[in-house]
Design a protein around this ligand. Sequence first.
Ligand code: BF8
Ligand code: SF4
Length: 630
Amino acid sequence: MSEFKLIPNEENEAATARLLETGAKVGADAYQFRVKNQTPHCKFGEQGICCRICSMGPCRITPKAPRGICGCDAHGIVGRNFLRFVAGGAATHSDHGRAICETLYHASPDGAYHVKDPDKLIRIAKEWGVETEGKDIYDLAHEIAYLALGEYGKVFGVQNWLSRAEAHTQELWKKADIEPRAIDREVSCSLHMTHMGNSSLPEALIRQSLRTGLADGWGGSMAGTEFSDVMFGTPKPIDTTANLGVMNAENVNIVVHGHDPSLSELVCDYAEDPEMIALAKEQGAKGITVSGVCCTSNEVAMRRGIPMAGNFLQQENVVLTGACEAIVVDVQCIFPALGPLSKCFHTKFITTSPICRMPDSDYIEFSVGTAAEKAKQIVKTAVLNFKNRKPELVHIPQLKSKATVGYSLEAIKKQLDTVTNSQVDETGTLKPLVDCITSGVIRGAVAMVGCNNPKVRPDSAHIGLMKKLIANDILIVASGCSAQAAARVGLMDKAAKDLCGDGLKRVCELADIPPVLHMGSCVDISRMMVLVSDLAKDAGCHVSQLPVVGCAPEWMSEKAVSIGNYVVATGIDTFLGVVPQVSGSDQVTNLLTGGIRDWVEAAYTFEPDIDKLGDEMIERIEEKRTALGI
Ligand code: BF8
Ligand code: SF4
C-alpha cells in the first residue's frame, strides 16, 4: 500500500481557525464572520426575480405580484439578470485579454516585455493569414497585437479563433446564430438587450448569453492565454509547492494576487534581483519569497515555479499569517476586505490598476511604459516593510504540498509524444490519449474549474470530486482556484497516482504526470477548448460525443458563468454545484438544463449535492462511451 496521503480538509480548516485566532487579537474581520451577517440571503436575489434596471422599480416577483411595473414576468427578469451576469464575466476576462494584447503591442527587445515564444507567435500569424517571412519578430508581434485588439471592435465578421473549433461545432454555432462577432459588441449588445423595454423572451436572452460566453472563451480569454504565452513563455511541466506553508517566516514575503501576469512577472523578476536580496538582508531577512494567490498565482507557478500560497478563500489567510510584507494585486477576485485587514498588521496592500481601486490601499499605478520602475518600487516597498513586522503575530501554518504544474496543450502533446515516440508535426497529436480513452484504460476526462465559495465547505467539493473521479480512472484537467485546491492538498503531486484506478495509474506512470493536470488560470480554460476540439478531430467524432464533461462545483463569479456558457456552447455538458440565480423561472432553468441541447448538443446540470454531482458526471461519461460503442 502506498504511503502517499493528501492533506485532509480538517487540517486546512484547523490552520484557518488558528489564523483567525491571530486575527481576533488584532480585531480583524474575516469572511467567515461576514457570511454569518449576510445569511440568510435575500430570496428574491437568489431566485433572480428582483429587477432594478429602471427606476420605476425595483420590482420583485411574488405570487401576488407576478409582473413588474412594465409588465415583465419572472422569465424575462430572470433571463435578463442571467445575461447581464454573463456579460459582466465576458467583459472582465476579455478586458484582461485586451490588456495583454496592449502589452504585447509595446513589447520591445530593450523594454520590460519581450517575445519569449516566437514560434507560437509565428504559428498564430500563419493561422491568421499574416505574412511572417523575413519579418522582425517584434514587428510581427506589434502587427498581430494590433489585429488582436481589432477583434474587440471588428466591424464585420466573427472571431478569428472560431476556426480552431471542430468543423461540426462551427456549423452548430452558425445554425444557432451564436457565432460571436466583435467581443465588445457582444457585451454591449447584451446590455442593450437587457435595457428596460428590450428583450424579455428567455430564448433570445439565453441565445445571447451563449454568444457572449463564446466571445469570451474563443475571443477575449483566448487572446489573454495565447499572448501571455507569446510574451512570458508557453508553460511546460515544472515543479513547485502549494499551501500556506510556502510562505517563509525568515524571508520578506510578497504575495501576488489577481490575474494579469504583466505585473506579477516583473515583481518576480525584481524579487530575484541581487540588489533587492541584499537590501532584504540589510533589513534582517534571509531573502525574498514570492508566492501567489488566485489566478495570478497559476500564471507565475506555471511559467516560473513560483509557489502557490492559496486560492480565492485563502486571500485573507495570507495576511493573517502576520508574515506578509506586501500583498500586491492587479485585477479581479480581490476582496475589498484586504484594505482594512492589512491595517491590522504591518502588511502593505498595494493596488496597481485603475480597474481595481480600493480604499485603504497603497496605489502604485502600473502601466506598460513604467512597468520596470514600478515593479522595482513595489518590491522595495515590501522589503523595507520587513522591519515593521510584529514577531508575536507571526504564525505560518506548516502545510505544504509538492505539485507539478504547467500542462499547456503544447506540453500535454509533447508529454504524450515522449511516451509513444510517435512522429508528430510541430503542433503534435492527441492520438495516444484517444487510444487510452477508446481502450477504456482511461474512462474519460473532466475539466474541473472555478472558484471556491463559502456556500460550500471550501474546497471540499473540488477535492471530493477529484478523488472520486481519479479513482474511477477519469483524468482531470484543472484551472483557476480548482487547480489550486488540488495543488494545496497534494493532488498535483505525481505520487497522487496511487489514488487512481489501475488504468489511470498506469497512464500517470507511463507519461510521468500527476492525475490532475494543471492547465492554468481561468482565462486558460480557452486551452481546454482547443484541447477538446483537437481531441475530437483526432478521434474522428464531435466534441459533444467525447466522454468529457466540465464541472465548477464551488463557483461564485460572473466570469465563471461566462466560462460555463462557452464550455456548454462548445458541446461539453457542464455540472455546477452552486445553483445559478435562475430558479425563479422554470423557462430559463429548463432552457439551460435542457433546451440549449438542441442548439449546442450540451447543457447544464445544477446539483448542490456534491456526491450526486459526481455520480451524475460519471454516469454521463459512461453514457457517452456507450453511445460511441467503446
Ligand atoms: O478567474 S476561479 S475565484 S481567481 S473567478 Fe476568481 Fe474564481 Fe478563482 Fe481566477 Ni476564476
Ligand atoms: Fe420593474 Fe420593468 Fe423597471 Fe424591471 S424594467 S425595474 S420589471 S419596471
